[in-house]
Ligand binder design. Sequence first.
Ligand code: ARG
Length: 616
Amino acid sequence: MRRIAHALEAQLCTALERAFPDEVAAAQQAGTPLDPQLAPASQPEFGDFQANGALALARRLKQPPRTIAGAIVEQLGGDPAFVELCEPAEIAGPGFINLTLKPQRLAEELRARLGDGRLGVLSAADDPGHASSAELLAPVIVDFSSPNIAKEMHVGHLRSTIIGDALARVLEFRGYPVLRLNHVGDWGTQFGMLITHLKQVAPEALTTADAIDLGDLVAFYRQAKARFDADAAFQATAREEVVKLQSGDPVSRRAWQLLCEQSRREFQQIYDRLDIRLSERGESFYNPLLETVVADLQALGLLVTDAGAGCVFLEGVKGKDGQPLPLIVRKSDGGFNYATTDLAALRYRFAAAPDGDGAGRLIYVTDAGQASHFAAVFQVARRAGWVPVGGRLEHVPFGLVQGDDGKKLKTRSGDTVRLKDLLDEAVDRAEADLRRRLAEEGRTEDETFIQHTATTVGIAAVKYADLSTNRITSYQFSFDRMLALAGNTAPYLLYAVVRIAGIARKGGAGADTAVGAPGPELPAELRFSEPQEWDLVRELLKFDAVIAEVEEELLPNRLCSYLFELSQVFNRFYDKVPVLKAEEPSRSSRLALCRFTAATLKLGLGLLGIPTLERM
Ligand code: ARG
């Protein structure tokens, strides 16, 4: 309903201008234009929208808010465009203006969307409620997943991968050029230790591809770390090894490449299972830029040497002792760190092409534990002038994944959970559930169906469980809950799509749930009479606003809640209103609602990275 909301907003502004010409002109001149404050109605009984602006205007105009609201409403009544769109506006409470769209307009709006594969979601470039077009053309970078080489991807990376992918999908659907960047940890001291250790215990790993697998690599890494912490001589050799690598020594480079490839292959298996696309651009990519970053901070007068380390002291961030905290960008041994790399990356991403990506918005998806790191990096970048005007910088934090006991998720033996095992178990359990259900229903299905369904449901359950909670809070990982067929879960929604599409198909409204897809002729006009029909129409028309909200606030759980709510509104409709047995023209109108609901669920789930099923 964004287009309608925008039209309504324009009508309200005109009404305001006609009612208070001098005040509006004066406010405009002062650079503080008056705002009618249009918002979705807070309660369905108030209509579709409300305009709350009269209350804020009361003080500026020195008149009671209800008088102001009355003057606006009078002007609206004289505007033919408004009269065509809305029922007469009503004043409520201290001076709210309640606005109810004419049912006919709602039906027309829905009908118009039926011919459109985007289901009425405008691309950002066409969205009248959107910011400048220059910003629209600028790429958006989503930095997500980003595991560390020679270490195993853990559940934190899984969360980042799932959330980042969903955000990228929504932004892509809205028409932004999106760069999905995998900022893998492929640089730094860990390679010095690992290479030094491998040279002694498994030299073949450094010269032959696939000599060891990632599990071994992880074990070697642990051993190397233990030696590094305990043995000064080993430490010194490891440091030399880092220097060799960073200065481009061919033998070290080759070893490093092999290690990276090994990890990369393993990561890719997870990405393939989750259907995630990512462009790898690891920390090493920024290595040639680090020197300049620090030199420029120095030239800008931001760099302070403190106990041998190059620091930028943060404004407004104090430690326990009340002293400002530093962001260290050069260690006392002269090496650069995670923060230096992030500064270089940020600068590169904003810099105009061909010297950088020319992005307009940078989104970083990591656990909440890195919030202060990003706040510090963002602050330093701003002070250094590396953030262009209008450039948006956002850290998208998420909480921990906890086990049933409320503690950090661990295996029974207390080890960290391997992602592969976690996905395997989800699929295995989905398969067991499916076989049980098939037996209960007395159905026989072939193995291809069973494997495909179990895989889709298992992976969908893991993704949806993660996306449907508010990402900022920690969430408890529970296979039982995420695989349940009832409640706000993936299996429930996948089942809803199958069921609703089935109704549409039975009624001859087309097997293909995609609304824009070629199908039987749609009724030229939709006719609705029952309140449950109107509730469903209104719910369906909210979809575009929900997508716009996810784009803005980067909260995929909003989309999940919407899809769940939509399926509930549908159930209330289907409980009360006959569809297949209804008379025309109700029958085709109601079938169109079924088809549209299925299509919305399908598209919405798709934007969360969850494919739907034809049958279950
Ligand atoms: N490799 C890091 C980790 O595993 C995440 C990197 C996130 N992205 C970034 N630009 N710092 O914690």
